[in-house]
Design a binder for this molecule. Structure first.
Ligand SMILES: [Zn+2]
Length: 372
């Protein structure tokens, strides 16, 4: 059933892309982007003073490399991995985030900006962590580069504060708990307006969304390199089959589970995942909040919840500080488990060939444990 709606969304997405895929945007130039572009211009001018890589990059500004491959740049891991699945070695692919680097503290280097300027396809998420992208794109001279925002590939929702998060202690935002209480619902709306406005950018955490994103990436690649469109089509389809299988595994785990709640001693970038599978959650912070110091009230709340719900493990994301999860686990005699958000992976995991699918398969096993 869900896959019918995926297919419907795919054609809706295709329509949306016609207006959104190609950058026509405003010509706003922020001081930040201007400063960075100034630096990159200086590197180009300096020529030999730059590194070999920068020099090489600037020379390939004609958008089709000598070996006939198009170049694709992504900000984070999931679209990088999806492009790899769809196009393999037929594109020159670069992820700006280095393996092991924390997504939310990423700052583009002048080389990164040059890579963006010179690529044929640039894929970014379009959330609060990449406002810098819009600044850079608005300062890049008009070109035939295609851009794709992951946030344009799916229906987005806003970041959400649930009960226990800092700033919302004692104030339930769980929709389920508001079902019979219209007044609480009003309070929810008022409070939400005060606190969280940002769209939640972690659209890829639902495998159903991942499939929609793959569809759009395949379309963009085919448009830029029509000579390989049959290959992209075939690869995308077989990858989407694997995503569908992954989706079924999550559904199976959830439908067979004893409970439907996840507790994170961390930020919570899994809203699309939780919504997709009808799971409730508690966490220290919403989305990928910059805030990493929980209030005492948050700690007390999460510890109480772990006891009350008798969950066997407290979750945390990969590449994230584990102090909060460890403290909760210690106080409750439970353990800490990693649930992969797939923003990025460690240098070792990257070397070992881990993928979105392989990390998500680990999540299937972890979910089975924490829900039973
Ligand atoms: Zn994030």
């Amino acid at each position: 059933m869900i896959w019918n709606s995926v297919l419907q969304n795919m054609s809706a997405g295709r329509k949306r892309r016609e207006s959104a895929g190609k950058r026509t945007g405003k010509r706003r130039r922020s001081a930040f982007a201007a400063a960075l572009l100034g630096v990159s211009a200086a590197i180009i001018a300096a020529g030999c003073a730059g590194t070999g890589r920068v020099q090489g990059d600037t020379e390939s500004s004609e958008h089709l490399s000598e070996d006939g491959r198009i170049s694709v740049v992504t900000t984070i891991f999931p679209p990088y991995d999806f492009v790899r699945e769809i196009a393999g070695e037929t594109v020159d692919l670069k992820m700006l985030l280095k393996p092991g680097e924390e997504t939310h503290s990423y700052e583009p280097t002048p080389q990164d900006i040059i890579a963006i300027q010179n690529c044929d396809v640039f894929i970014y998420t379009g959330g609060e962590n990449d406002v810098w992208v819009e600044d850079i794109l608005s300062a890049v001279p008009e070109s035939d580069m295609m851009t794709l925002r992951l946030a344009d590939c799916v229906e987005t929702v806003e970041e959400e504060e649930v009960e226990g998060m800092k700033g919302s202690a004692g104030h339930s935002h769980s929709e389920a708990s508001h079902d019979e209480d219209a007044h609480a619902e009003d309070a929810h709306d008022e409070h939400a307006e005060e606190s969280v406005h940002e769209i939640d950018e972690h659209v890829w955490t639902s495998p159903v969304n991942a499939s929609l994103i793959v569809e759009r990436i395949k379309d963009v690649l085919s448009q830029v390199d029509p000579s390989r469109s049959a290959l992209y089509e075939e690869n995308a389809l077989s990858y989407q089959e694997e995503l569908k299988e992954l989706d079924s595994r999550f559904r199976e785990v959830v439908s067979d589970a004893k409970r439907d709640i996840m507790i994170f001693g961390d930020r919570f970038p899994f809203r699309y995942f939780a919504d997709e599978y009808g799971l409730d959650y508690y966490a220290a912070f919403p989305g990928c909040a910059g805030d990493t110091e929980p209030s005492a009230a948050t700690m007390v709340f999460l510890i109480e919840k772990v006891r009350e719900e008798k969950v066997p493990a407290v979750l945390k994301m990969e590449l994230s500080n584990d102090d909060i999860a460890n403290a909760i686990a210690e106080a409750t005699g439970t353990e800490v488990k990693v649930f992969y958000s797939c923003h990025n992976l460690s240098a070792d995991d990257f070397e070992n060939g881990e993928t979105y699918l392989s990390m998500m398969q680990k999540n299937v096993e972890t979910l089975k444990e924490v829900l039973n």
